[in-house]
Design a protein around this ligand. Structure first.
Ligand SMILES: [Zn+2]
Length: 155
């Protein structure tokens, strides 16, 4: 169907853009038109509804859990010297967990607790989960064990 030439999944968007840039090399829009297009796209953007998993009958156990390597994509990063380390591609990252937390807040629920964060990212230490959640500067409600970290508007 022709629609599949126009639609693609978010995880391949970078490759698609690179391919489009190769296909269309001539500049068509002025900087002002580009700016206008950018504003329109941002204005029309609709955040994904949080009930996507339920809608498609996917349970959380079917998702890949853990912190994902930003370099090679595997899900079993380990914590070494306050950084995430991938033993597959030997890469360190300080912020690899942020993608997982964003995914959780966009796909699974509008809120996340310390416990849910540990389960989703396979983190054992509550203090580490607290630290990484706090550093994401998310709006919070509640205190201590009942603290909820919320998906901000315009996330
Ligand atoms: Zn890796």
């Amino acid at each position: 169907m022709q629609i599949f030439n126009k639609l693609f999944y978010a995880d391949v968007i970078e490759d698609e853009i690179i391919q489009l840039e190769r296909m269309y090399q001539q500049v068509q829009l002025t900087p002002k038109q580009l700016q206008k297009l950018k504003h329109t796209l941002l204005k029309k953007h609709t955040p994904a509804p949080p009930s996507i998993l339920k809608k498609h009958g996917i349970s959380i156990v079917e998702l890949l859990l853990g912190v994902r390597c930003p370099n090679c994509g595997q899900y079993h990063l380990i914590r070494i010297a306050r950084k995430w380390y991938c033993d597959k591609c030997l890469t360190y990252s300080k912020v690899a967990h942020q993608e997982g937390i964003r995914d959780y807040l966009l796909i699974i629920s509008e809120t996340i607790t310390n416990k849910e964060c540990r389960e989703f990212l396979k983190i054992e230490c509550p203090n580490l989960a607290k630290r990484i959640l706090t550093r994401m500067n998310l709006p919070t409600t509640g205190a201590n064990k009942n603290r909820l970290y919320h998906r901000p508007q315009n996330f």
